[in-house]
Design a protein around this ligand. Structure first.
Ligand code: BTN
Length: 286
């Protein structure tokens, strides 16, 4: 696999009406120009195309990886999401990155259950500060803007050959993918940060903001993560449809607990805490 910097790529169908400008090129130099000096990341590796940045990260952890490595690709041919779903990852318009951390030495060391939640907050804060847009979070790992999913997180735990625990935080963001370019199966639910308006920032700027927030020189504050997460959470207090546990069932979202679990009140009044699964508006039932 070849490391490239900066990369250039051709614009292919269905993006033929989109011009590739210098601003649309991923560049390690530009990313680094926005990074804080005390940032504890280790290195950034940029590929023009990979099957999946998370899959490459897994391979690196089994061979020779340094904690704090960030793997970026301009496109993915087998981008993965939760529940074995694929993540649409065309070139030129998205952010596909994996962050490799030694679980015990990262800012998440005291709160490993909150990695996905903290990442969701980091993505939202990064979008807000750089674009002034206001994304929302759908428990547990989806980021929405104007009712469409613009980003997803795939966190995977892996042990290396010495049995050290690592986490791979995979982040996918539809940055400027035009609405007409999404495959038909997701065109009603997927969106991008800049779908109608031309991007006012580069992908490099947003990537740098995420890295800056992902590598603070201190441990993360669990209370702050939870309160920032809940502030942006969709469907809080609403009747929802819960899937991923055999038969789907209805329940009202009551809270997110200290371990990041979703607290749901079922129709029979029973309360339960879910550590995985998926929620959608109960309107989907009818
Ligand atoms: C989801 O929507 O369920 C999660 C999507 C996560 C996609 C990102 S893109 C970078 C990293 N590499 C992958 O194959 N998946 C994650």
């Amino acid at each position: 696999m070849k490391e490239v910097n900066p990369i250039r790529f051709e614009v292919l169908n269905p993006f033929e009406n989109f011009t590739s400008t210098p601003e649309s090129v991923l560049s390690i130099c530009e990313i680094k120009s926005f990074l804080r000096k005390d940032n504890a990341f280790n290195k950034i590796i940029l590929y023009s195309s990979l099957e999946s940045t998370n899959t490459t990260a897994k391979g690196m952890i089994q061979s020779d990886a340094s904690p704090g490595t960030v793997i970026l690709a301009d496109s993915q041919t087998k981008g993965r999401g939760r529940f074995n779903r694929s993540f649409f990852s065309p070139p030129g318009h998205g952010i596909y990155m994996s962050i490799l951390l030694h679980l015990n030495q990262s800012c998440f060391n005291h709160h490993p259950g909150l990695v996905t939640l903290a990442t969701a907050v980091i993505i939202c804060e990064s979008i807000e500060i750089t674009t002034k847009k206001e994304p929302q979070i759908k428990w547990v790992n989806d980021i929405f803007l104007h009712g469409k999913k613009v980003s997803g997180i795939l966190t995977e735990k892996v042990v290396d050959r010495e049995n050290n625990p690592w986490i791979i935080i995979g982040i996918g963001i539809n940055f400027s993918t035009p609405a007409h370019a999404f495959p038909v199966e997701i065109k009603d639910t997927a969106g991008s940060i800049f779908s109608n308006d031309p991007p006012r920032i580069t992908r490099n700027r947003l990537i740098a903001e995420i890295i800056n927030r992902m590598f603070p020189p201190y441990s993360l504050d669990a209370q702050r993560i939870l309160s920032e997460y809940k502030k942006r959470m969709m469907l809080m207090g609403e009747e929802t449809l819960i899937t991923g546990f055999g038969n789907p069932f209805k329940g009202k979202i009551v809270d997110v607990d200290e371990a990041g679990r979703l607290v749901v009140k079922k129709e029979d009044g029973q309360q339960m805490s879910l550590s995985t699964g998926e929620i959608s508006s109960s309107m989907c039932l009818s």
